[in-house]
Design a protein around this ligand. Structure first.
Ligand code: ZN
Length: 476
């Protein structure tokens, strides 16, 4: 049913200052996904549409129930005329409140069905807002805003059937409805427009269940990490590359137990990280895009337990990841210091991983040598051998590499450039930024020694954590 007349989209009245702030955040949230295609449910005044069409190469499609607004397709969000996963991102800005609340689950289900990578939804949020901002020279800007709960009965005025914050439509109620179909990656009310509530959503992967908030241990955990958070302000800047080796119960110093690994993956999901394969991370760097809120999960060497233990967990959470394979040991056993023996993945297992589409396998040297210490010609042969044997499985020559033991030398880095490598990782701890050396990118090691609180510090308070660690090292 058509509700909004074309004449309603007037400057000042509809496109008021606050709404322009919302346009900024709409674009900011959508562009952060780096999508190739976008479906816009409800055309509005087409400000968002015109920016996307004129300034990006994203394929834009709009759908609206009102034909006089000239959407690309006339239709309803209750039954979107598109096959599953048709668009990278689906947006619905100030649209869903135009449907009776009972229809919200169906609309969300439809959006989730056609959205491949995520959705950005905004909804009106009623209630008086408290806003405070102070900027004095030489001190950081102070900015805070919160809405005062004021659950008034909603009155139908011909457009909105409901609004967040009205009686019976608390933020918790809306969140619960959304969580039936999506993982909420980010949620906020823009400082400049206290009437719009943003939800940035990720599709739910099979088997994903939000953590049970009533779990008493969860409360303790929350209290503990709440205090960690106070000590280290939230920091998601820069990209995090995690380095794993074995996932199992073998007791080796670098091994992470599967339940601990699952907890870490769940945390990253809930924290709202965007998972990237290593090549995708480098591509983003090359294009000058921000790496904030991104994480890349990498596994070194190619242990068989990556296939038997980690694989089901990663598939359940739908996590893209990169494996650095030491090619000579494929299908063999590898012994590390301390007498720990490991079975290594064979070519069939690697091919299985690749079939998921979430995986890339990259070279990590053929014989797992300290490449910075050996003869340069020998290093070249070893690097090319691992590149070659992997290409035989993956069908393409990799331009990415991980140095065994993180060992490297200035000459080796030169050789890497000469061999056409785009990027490589070591084992130095740090956060990846635009300034990082592509041929020696830092990683965060996760091992048996990494407690969960340390993991949280490494991934979300990385900067503060590293700073503290550096300081402590100086003192101790
Ligand atoms: Zn290694």
């Amino acid at each position: 049913m058509k509700q909004v007349d074309k004449s309603a989209y007037s400057f000042r009245l509809y496109a008021h200052k606050g709404r322009w702030a919302s346009y900024y955040h709409q674009l900011d949230e959508v562009l952060a996904f780096d999508p190739r295609s976008v479906l816009d449910v409800g055309v509005g005044d087409k400000v968002f549409a015109s920016y996307i069409k004129n300034n990006t190469d994203i394929a834009y499609t709009s759908i609206d129930i009102a034909d006089d607004l000239k959407p690309d397709i006339v239709g309803s969000v209750e039954s979107l005329p598109f096959p599953d996963g048709s668009f990278d991102i689906v947006c619905a800005f100030e649209v869903l409140e135009h449907l009776p609340f009972e229809k919200l689950p169906k609309a969300l289900a439809e959006i989730a069905r056609v959205a491949k990578n995520g959705a950005v939804i905004t909804l009106p949020h009623f209630g008086p807002a408290f806003r405070f901002m102070l900027k004095l020279p030489f001190i950081p800007e102070l900015k805070c805003a919160f809405k005062i709960p004021f659950p008034r009965q909603h009155a139908w005025k011909g457009q909105h059937y409901w609004e967040i914050g009205k009686k019976g439509y608390s933020p918790a109620t809306i969140r619960k409805a959304i969580k039936q179909h999506f993982i909420i990656r980010r949620e906020f009310v823009p400082f400049e427009n206290q009437y719009h509530h943003f939800f940035t959503l990720e599709p739910m992967t099979e088997g994903w269940k939000p953590a049970d908030r009533r779990d008493p241990r969860g409360l303790v955990r929350k209290a503990v990490f709440g205090s960690v958070r106070l000590l280290f302000p939230r920091d998601h800047s820069g990209g995090i590359i995690l380095m794993y080796h074995s996932i199992g119960y073998n007791g080796a110093p670098f091994t992470v137990k599967p339940d601990e690994f699952e907890r870490q993956m769940r945390f990253l999901k809930e924290e709202g990280f965007r998972f990237l394969k290593f090549s995708e991370l480098v591509e983003r760097l090359d294009r000058g895009r921000s790496l904030d809120h991104t994480v890349c999960v990498t596994f070194d060497d190619g242990y068989e337990d990556n296939y038997t233990n980690a694989f089901p967990i990663l598939q359940r959470y739908g996590i893209p990841r990169s494996y650095f394979i030491s090619t000579d040991s494929m299908g063999k056993t590898r012994e590390i210091s301390g007498g720990f023996k490991f079975n290594m993945m064979d070519e069939r297992m690697i091919a299985d991983l690749l079939k998921t589409g979430l995986v890339e396998c990259l070279p990590h040297g053929h014989m797992h040598l300290s490449l910075g210490k050996i003869d340069l010609e020998e290093a070249r042969r070893d690097i090319e051998a691992s590149q070659g044997s992997l290409a035989a499985i993956t069908g393409k020559k990799s331009e990415y590499f991980a140095y065994p033991y993180g060992n490297h030398s200035p000459e080796l880095l030169e050789l890497m450039t000469a061999l056409g490598f785009k990027a490589a990782v070591g084992v130095e701890e740090g956060v990846v930024t635009a300034r990082s050396d592509r041929l020696f990118l830092p990683r965060m090691e996760v091992s048996a020694r990494t407690s969960f609180s340390k993991f949280v510090c490494k991934t979300t308070r990385a900067r503060a954590y590293l700073r503290l660690k550096r300081l402590l090292k100086r003192w101790l």
